[in-house]
Design a protein around this ligand. Sequence first.
Ligand SMILES: [Zn+2]
Length: 80
Amino acid sequence: MNPLLNNINEYLVCSECQKEFESGMTDFGTLKEYSKIDAGFTNEGFQIWCRRHDHNVCYINFEGNELSTDLRCIIASSSD
Ligand SMILES: [Zn+2]
């Protein structure tokens, strides 16, 4: 597995966004497009936040452990 490629196999979504999307009250084609989330580090861990509903989607507390983190990205060259 290359950690710099998209390896997500279970997307996290806001439960309120999911309800609204599934009820058909949006014009968005996919729930992924409808979602408006921020993701980032906190003092204790990592959080995903719904901007649309201004509430927590997921909070991971590292409990003081220093986890391996890779912030590099792969940018395809123009010849790819
Ligand atoms: Zn939401």
